[in-house]
Ligand binder design. Structure first.
Ligand SMILES: Cc1ncc(COP(=O)(O)OP(=O)(O)O)c(N)n1
Ligand SMILES: Cc1ncsc1CCOP(=O)(O)O
Ligand SMILES: [Mg+2]
Length: 557
């Protein structure tokens, strides 16, 4: 099925590929700001209707595709906007048929403009006649006519699964689909649907007003809805009174599952229903079984709610949450650099667990002293620590660094950097390739790469690094078997590098000055381990080094 109608081609090429046919299908040039800085390296994605290859060096990747048929929410917490974000977060392509445009915010729904039925039909035809859609997910279907149009199109263009979120009333209590639509659901959609995901009110409406107040009522409702022809039913118990847990009932026609999780206390629940249904659709599109899809979707929504519980958007009673789980970290990053600033490399403190142990310093105490003494960037280089302890230590150091507006990078461990949302990583020539680290960390994180030669510096730039570390400048005992490049080697790399450079290796108060005096503008500072951490008073040693660097820089200017 995958190889048939729809394909996405990704080519990593040295120049515009010969056979790249602009006219055939929709072509997207992915502009990754970092990759794109190198005009020779570009990623082309070509989506085409016939799946035929365009060039010999392109490989074809088929991506799972969900079509959402739903209403637009101007506040972007629910509806089409939530569906797009949910699918993006779950790594699935999402096309859209808009059934209604709502004027909506965190207070409620101020207006609804239903899209004319023939135009809903036109959108459906545009998508389904051209693209290979795996799963259709429905949200707001404001008229029986629109339900009928959907039904007809799904008969003409069958898809692998249909997920029906029977949206009738918004979370603010506003009616989004009248009673006439209920007949459409019952007659046309439910018998076609692979899953329906009503909340208590919607389940009750579909069942002619039957009362659903307990988990036992939910179980009965799931069975009754199943009797109406839908293959799987998920009755959502979010509105269940007096429940500490979030309880949903899943029925597949044979087994009833009680899916429980702890209720997350947050005002930011607007759009959870749309998101849950879209996630189910996304997981089904990826090939999951129905129960797997439901469990993953529930887990995703809970995680996103938990992650977003403190964000505040809009002034109404019910706010949206953050599908991509990025907003909270930004909100907490009061002192964080949004973009990398090369002048941060001025006094670069690199930790060493052995040294801290010898002097009886915890990692966070040592980092605090370094930052108070004037370190402008910190790297946690913890080679012999349990991952769990590393993540914990990194989190506390992050708080310290953020309070001072100092970026915190993690040495070698991209996983640790991701786990604690550090500002970036420093990696060497035998660590994870920089372009892979960039793909994992995204465009905003700082990536430094160790380079001893102009060629390595060039590669680091191509791969999307932000700076390079060059050394050892002087011999050092801190890193075993490290080749010393000397001041000349440093100068050669600085002259060749398109990226800012920090010098490292054996640098201390007594020899820092000649390093800063090599006279190449893109040498921005020095990185040190023993000069500050192999001492009883990290604060004092850092201050001394800061003073030397400041003097040397003033002299060079
Ligand atoms: C700023 C800076 N420059 C170079 C290095 C060395 O990194 P790497 O080559 O990966 O060696 P290890 O530090 O991992 O032993 C660095 N850590 N920081
Ligand atoms: C990590 C590293 N990479 C090149 S030299 C070096 C060690 C730097 O430590 P010190 O500042 O104590 O010489
Ligand atoms: Mg390394």
């Amino acid at each position: 099925m995958w190889g048939e109608g729809f394909s996405l081609n990704i080519a990593l090429c040295v120049s515009v590929p010969q056979g790249f046919r602009q006219s055939k299908g929709l072509s997207l040039l992915l502009v990754n700001s970092r990759i794109n800085r190198n005009k020779h390296t570009r990623i082309f994605m070509e989506m085409q209707g016939n799946g035929s290859p365009t060039t010999s060096n392109q490989s074809t990747i088929n991506i799972p595709h969900v079509l959402t048929v739903a209403g637009s929410d101007s506040g972007a917490g629910a509806g089409i906007q939530a569906d797009l974000k949910a699918c993006a977060a779950r790594g699935v392509y999402c096309s859209t048929v808009i059934t209604a445009v709502t004027a909506q915010n965190t207070v409620g729904v101020q207006g609804v403009n239903v899209v004319p039925e023939d135009f809903v039909a036109e959108q459906m035809k545009s998508v389904l006649s051209d693209m290979h859609v795996d799963v259709v997910k429905t949200g707001m279907l404001p008229s029986i006519g629109i339900v009928k149009i959907l039904h007809q199109h799904l008969r003409e263009y069958p898809v692998r699964a249909l997920v029906v979120d029977p949206v009738m009333v918004s979370t603010s209590g506003d009616v989004l689909a009248g009673p006439s639509v209920l007949a459409g659901f019952r007659e046309d959609l439910l018998p076609m649907a692979d899953i329906i995901t009503p909340n208590l009110k919607e389940a009750s409406a579909l069942l002619d007003g039957v009362k659903i107040k307990t988990v036992s009522d939910m179980r009965s409702a799931a069975k009754l809805l199943h009797d109406m022809g839908v293959r799987n039913v998920l009755v959502k118990g979010g509105d269940l009174p007096d429940s500490l847990d979030a309880v949903d009932i899943f029925f597949d026609g044979e087994h009833l599952y009680e899916l429980r999780s702890s209720r997350i206390k947050t005002r930011n629940t607007h759009g959870t229903g749309c998101t849950l249904a879209s996630c189910i659709a996304a997981e089904l599109a990826k090939g999951a079984s129905m129960l797997e899809a439901v469990k993953v979707a529930k887990c995703f929504v809970e995680t996103a709610l938990d992650y977003s519980k403190e964000i505040f958007i809009g002034n109404g009673p019910q706010g949206p949450f953050d599908h991509l789980m990025k907003l909270k970290s930004n909100a907490h990053n009061s002192g964080r650099q949004v973009r990398f600033n090369p002048s941060d490399l001025f006094l670069y403190a690199v930790t060493d667990s052995g040294m801290n142990r010898r002097w009886g310093h915890s990692i966070s105490d040592a980092v605090k002293a370094a930052v108070q003494g004037g370190a402008t960037i910190v790297q946690l280089r913890e080679k012999d620590i349990d991952t769990r302890d590393f993540v914990e230590a990194a989190k506390s150091c992050l708080q310290i660094c953020r309070a001072h507006g100092v970026p915190l990078l993690i040495n070698d461990r991209i996983d640790v950097a991701l786990a604690c949302d550090a500002d970036g990583v420093h990696i060497g020539q035998s660590d994870m390739p920089a372009h892979t680290a960039r793909a994992l960390l995204g465009p905003e994180k700082i990536i430094g790469v160790s380079c001893k030669t102009p060629e390595q510096a060039e590669q680091a730039w191509i791969a999307g690094a932000d700076y390079i570390g060059c050394g050892g400048v002087y011999p050092t005992n801190t890193k075993a078997n490290n080749l010393t490049v000397g001041l000349d080697g440093l100068k050669t790399v600085c002259l060749a590098s398109k990226l800012p450079v920090v010098a490292i290796g054996g640098i201390k108060v007594s020899n820092a000055r000649p390093v800063m005096e090599i006279g190449v503008p893109n040498l921005k500072g020095v990185a040190v381990v023993s000069a500050i951490f192999d001492s009883e008073c990290v604060l004092t040693e850092t201050r001394k080094l800061h003073a030397v660097l400041t003097e040397a820089t003033a002299a060079v200017k």
